[in-house]
Design a protein. Structure first.
Length: 374
């Protein structure tokens, strides 16, 4: 639902009830991920999408039915139609389950607050029961970035503490996903499936080396949603004017800056200096940090020499195995813009477990299923 947070926040602030249709499960080549939502208000206004167009009309009708009265939340499944590919169904061959429920903002003030956090750019998670007893289906609670929890009317139920803990873990990881909670007397007797929608702070892309490639990479990194920092030890090159797309430009020794800044499992570290006096201390540190990606620019000869220097610096082999070097996928890139595209493509493939091979070379579903909470 957070994909349409701006409009939902406006409707909640205006106390306008609406029907919310949320993708709660996908299989095969369903076009949109779990958590994507469509909403319809009492005037028939619609926002969002659940399938990229395939089944929107049918979901719209379900939303209007739910809005007419006090109908309980309902689930519907949509899939490919063998008889008529243009009938209601997913012509791409996948299946998706949609939960449709009525939302009355007066009953869920916490949801208004959570949507406000999203529109303000602050981290928040919304946990939504998508499978379980009819009386609990569609219930929600929110977890803020500071760990505080709020629930709808009639809060204090047993499932809330368990779901809040799971939602907090997913928020810290910056991932949306389904989790199973309850099913035992010690926590919650009811077995529930909870979809946790997360809005985390932007992941970081740390680019070391104030070179032309850094300018192009900072632009594509920002386009992909990263908070981009460009760092170089040379103040004359590390200027905001040279890197207008970066969120931050720092003049400092790369390893010293990395040691002092905040990183997490979503952080991408891109080393573009290919200068040993910068690369070796920086990579020695970066490869031992819990970041998501570490790549370094340079020729194959540079890479071989760099590995020798890192081994001399006592970097363990398991750390060296994390290094993506030469950086990027083989796209035949030459220009800074093409090279930035190849680096961004490798980061994306690594993040989502993609092979980097052409889709025409493979079989099976195009869209990979997102991993659940671990």
């Amino acid at each position: 639902m957070l994909n349409i947070a701006d409009t939902l926040h406006d409707w909640c602030r205006a106390a306008r009830p609406f029907a919310l249709a949320t993708v709660v499960q996908v299989s095969g080549s369903a076009p949109l991920p779990v958590g994507t939502a469509l909403a319809v208000d009492g005037d028939g206004n619609v926002v969002g999408s659940v399938s990229g167009g395939c089944v929107e009309a049918a979901v719209y009708e379900l939303c209007q039915e739910v809005l007419k009265g006090d109908a309980p939340p309902t689930r519907a499944r949509f899939g490919y139609s063998d008889d008529d590919a243009f009938a209601v169904g997913l012509t791409c061959g996948g299946e998706l389950d949609v939960l449709v429920q009525r939302i009355d903002p007066a009953d869920q003030p916490h949801l208004t607050a959570a949507l406000g956090e999203v529109t303000s750019g602050r981290p928040v998670a919304v946990a939504q029961i998508v499978d379980g007893p009819e009386g609990l289906l569609g219930r929600t609670l929110s977890v803020s970035g500071d760990g505080s929890t709020e629930a709808g009317a009639g809060g204090g139920e047993e499932w809330e503490a368990v779901a809040a803990a799971q939602a907090g873990a997913l928020l810290r990881a910056g991932r949306t996903g389904r989790v199973e909670v309850g099913g035992d007397a010690a926590t919650c007797p009811e077995r529930l499936s909870v979809l946790v929608h997360t809005h985390a702070s932007r992941p970081r892309m740390l680019i070391f080396g104030a070179v032309d490639f850094a300018g192009a990479l900072s632009e594509i990194g920002r386009f992909l949603g990263y908070r981009v920092t460009v760092c170089d030890a040379r103040p004359v090159f590390a200027t905001a004017a040279r890197f207008p797309h970066a969120d931050e430009v720092v003049a400092d020794w790369p390893h010293r800056y990395l040691a002092a800044t905040e990183v997490d499992a979503r952080t991408a570290v891109c080393v573009l200096t290919h200068d040993a006096k910068f690369d070796v201390p920086l990579l020695r540190l970066a490869l031992g940090l819990p970041v998501g990606y570490v790549g370094a620019m340079g020729s194959r000869r540079t890479h071989t020499q760099r590995l020798e220097l890192l081994r001399t610096a006592a970097v363990p082999e398991e750390h060296l195995a994390r290094l993506h070097s030469p950086i990027g996928l083989d796209l035949g890139a030459h220009t800074p813009e093409e090279t930035a595209l190849s680096i961004a493509a490798e980061i994306t493939a690594h993040t989502h477990g993609g092979s980097g091979a052409p889709l025409s070379w493979s079989t099976g579903p195009i869209h990979r299923r997102q991993s659940a909470a671990r």
